[in-house]
Design a protein around this ligand. Structure first.
Ligand SMILES: [Zn+2]
Length: 167
């Protein structure tokens, strides 16, 4: 970790503390060359297990690329997409596991995307859950309607916490 001020690679840790959620460690550092102090945050590397058995580091941009396609032509801003990416990463990290199966990313996306834009949600769900017919859309839409009339607005957390096999 080089100094952000003078680029010296010789920096010293003054103290380390676990961040409130326990998922990261903040370190206060100092640079002996220029005496500048700065803070670094160390976070668990999230790894995605792909269906092929291969694994790769979690990439937020890549995770929301399917969402971006689903939002085409919809009134969803780049900021909203960025927030969704953050929400998805937070949900995956809150699971406490360093490795997440690729399909859990899709699951974690469904909740927040539904709150963002229902049309984009249906598009995304149709690909993710491999809808095969108009009936699949109808079933999903009637579920959306039923939940809306029941006043369910926190689909987000519920979806992230209850991963279900998708066949
Ligand atoms: Zn320095």
């Amino acid at each position: 970790m080089h100094c952000p001020n003078c680029r010296s690679t010789d920096t010293r840790v003054l103290d380390s503390r676990v961040a409130d959620d326990g998922g990261s460690i903040r370190r206060r550092r100092t640079c002996p060359s220029c005496n500048k102090r700065f803070t670094t945050v160390e976070q668990m590397q999230l790894t995605v297990l792909k269906r092929s058995g291969a694994s790769e580091p979690f990439n937020r941009e890549k995770a929301v690329s399917g969402v971006r396609k689903a939002c085409k032509g919809r009134p969803v801003t780049a900021d909203q997409l960025a927030c969704l990416g953050q929400a998805v990463e937070d949900a995956l990290r809150s699971g406490g596991s360093a490795e997440v199966p690729a399909n859990e990313i899709g699951l974690a996306i469904l909740g927040p995307l539904r709150e963002l834009d229902e049309v984009a949600y249906l598009r995304f769900a149709s690909v993710y859950r491999a809808f095969e017919s108009a009936e699949d859309f109808e079933a999903e839409i009637s579920m959306l309607r039923a939940e809306r009339s029941a006043g369910v607005t926190s689909g987000f957390a519920a979806t992230a916490k209850q991963p279900q096999p998708t066949g």
